[in-house]
Design a protein around this ligand. Sequence first.
Ligand SMILES: O=P(O)(O)OP(=O)(O)OP(=O)(O)OC[C@H]1O[C@@H](n2cnc3c(O)ncnc32)[C@H](O)[C@@H]1O
Ligand SMILES: [Mg+2]
Length: 198
Amino acid sequence: MKTVLIATKNQGKVREFEAFFAEKNIQVKSLLDMEEPDDVIEDGETFEDNAVKKAEAIGKANGIPVIADDSGLEVDALNGAPGVYSARYAGSEKSDEANNEKLLRELEGVQEENRTARFVCALAVYLPGNRCHVVRGTCEGRIAFEKRGEHGFGYDPLFYVPELGKMMAELSREEKNQISHRANAMKKLEADWDTLFN
Ligand SMILES: O=P(O)(O)OP(=O)(O)OP(=O)(O)OC[C@H]1O[C@@H](n2cnc3c(O)ncnc32)[C@H](O)[C@@H]1O
Ligand SMILES: [Mg+2]
């Protein structure tokens, strides 16, 4: 069976990629399966910069096809914050709980109609010997006033998806994988699938 290495240490992302690739009969590995993966410093100005940096560093070190995901949340009332700083919004220890609390604090007093936001996902594909290919997917929504839902990860309990009338964290993995920023980025890669993994 073909294998793709996802250059991430985020278990939530890994589970979503496993569901995507199960359909294609491609096995998913991640940095969580490796003993001492290289640490890649995410100091890019854009999601794309960081995704390419992660994919190239891990791909070159291992000599196999790699997909890296750099993602985050852009909130309009906060001028696009937390953006590329989404993982460490509330501090260097990367806590989803603390990030969500900070987001609610920063949006105190902001009315529902002004709480528009989007999830963004840049996916970079590295194939040995080739230059990285990068795509972007987004998902539009609104930041709620309190957390709801048990599924997903990260900012999902605060992200309301108007077209479904539910929070992202209220969607099953299958439902999220139809509409998410990651799903929309994966759809853009689909066209290149045959060349990427033949
Ligand atoms: O860099 P890797 O190892 O992939 O893992 P990470 O968790 O550090 O991932 P990022 O650098 O891409 O930071 C993404 C941030 O955006 C959040 N995020 C990304 N995708 C999300 C999703 O589908 N739902 C909720 N939050 C998400 C996530 O919780 C992080 O806080
Ligand atoms: Mg990261």
